[in-house]
Design a protein around this ligand. Structure first.
Ligand code: NAP
Length: 297
């Protein structure tokens, strides 16, 4: 069988590692694009200079500096890092695909759900373009725009607007496990803010589905169909950990820790449905948050 490679930007991260393992199990060669050289890795500079390997069937970008790193102040320098790590890496892929003699079948680019303006009543689907109303929404809009391929390039483009990823080894669960374990778990702020989420296995399967199905293109909401609030998540996670969830982290603590713009990620949210994702035939393994929490615990 001819070799088929998938090139993953940010393949060393939480989502990237899970995705690499899934694709390797399915018989793909996986090459990671990283800031640091290593085994089965190329650097962003090398991708820029040498382009994609000829047998690349798919390029996937899941790179991005962790926005909610509590050790980093929300300075203009850090904001630039957050921005460049998404926009510049995506643009590097677009250049590499455009210049490739043999083009990959598909480019999958992750982005966020922060482009949906928080609302208590509205339910958003992929039909919404999103709005520019703060730093994060602006970033997500530019991130999606950066992934656009020139019209003459026939590579399929799939942009996945991803909710909070629930998985054992990273993201939100990694930060919450310990406080919940010691009985200090609880909602954030009012707890009524919607929390768009997806289990890591479903997100990686959705990326694989996008790679393998020619009918998949355009924007997909990478969220589970179960629309929940922060409080719903807190109760589900507390119940599977068999721990109380009496504590509340007040809004001012979050604002002081992260700054107003980053705090919005935790204190506000939108109700989002994966309409196109479902219409395209994708089946979730963890459509309900309680099952996703059980798996990670
Ligand atoms: N986890 C979530 O809940 C979630 C939800 C929605 C969207 N996303 C998006 O999905 C992407 C991956 O998330 P993740 O949770 O897997 O993050 P992660 O574990 O922090 O990994 C991200 C990877 O991006 C690379 N990276 C970090 N800073 C970078 C920089 N300044 N320049 C270039 N590359 C950089 C790193 O690879 P190297 O160190 O090898 O360079 C890292 O392994 C991010 O863009 C994130 O915004 C995540």
């Amino acid at each position: 069988m001819a070799s088929k490679s998938v090139v993953i930007g940010g393949g060393t991260g939480f989502i990237g590692t899970h995705l690499s393992n899934l694709l390797k199990k399915s018989g793909y060669n996986v090459l990671t694009v990283s800031r640091l050289p290593g085994l089965n890795r190329i650097t962003w500079h090398q991708l820029n200079e040498n382009g994609l390997p000829n047998d690349t069937v798919a390029a996937v970008n899941v790179a991005g500096q962790n926005v909610l790193d509590p050790t980093r102040l929300w300075t203009s320098g850090f904001q630039q890092n957050v921005w460049n790590s998404r926009i510049n890496t995506t643009a590097t892929f677009v250049r590499a695909i455009t210049n490739a003699k043999t083009k990959p079948n598909v480019f999958v680019s992750i982005s966020g759900v922060s482009l949906y303006r928080p609302s208590d009543s509205k339910i958003y689907t992929e039909d919404e373009k999103g709005e520019d109303f703060d730093y994060m929404s602006n970033l997500c809009l530019h991130w999606e725009k950066a992934a656009e391929l020139p019209p003459e390039v026939k590579t399929r483009l799939v942009r996945i607007r991803t909710g909070v990823v629930i998985g054992r080894n990273g993201g939100m669960i990694k930060s919450l496990k310990l406080p919940f374990w010691f009985g200090f778990g609880g909602k954030i702020g009012a707890g009524t803010q919607p929390l768009p989420w997806i289990h890591i296995e479903d997100l990686c399967q959705l990326i694989k589905y996008s790679i393998e199905n020619d009918k998949v293109n355009g924007v997909l909401n990478g969220v589970a169909p179960d629309i929940i609030t922060n409080d719903d998540f807190t109760k589900a996670f507390g119940s599977v950990m068999r721990r109380p969830t009496f504590f509340t982290t007040p809004e001012f603590v979050i604002r002081n820790l992260f700054g107003k713009e980053r705090a919005a990620i935790l204190l506000t949210g939108a109700k989002i449905q994966p309409k196109r994702t479902l219409e395209l035939g994708f089946q979730y393994k963890y459509p309900k948050v309680i099952d996703a929490c059980r798996e990670v615990c």
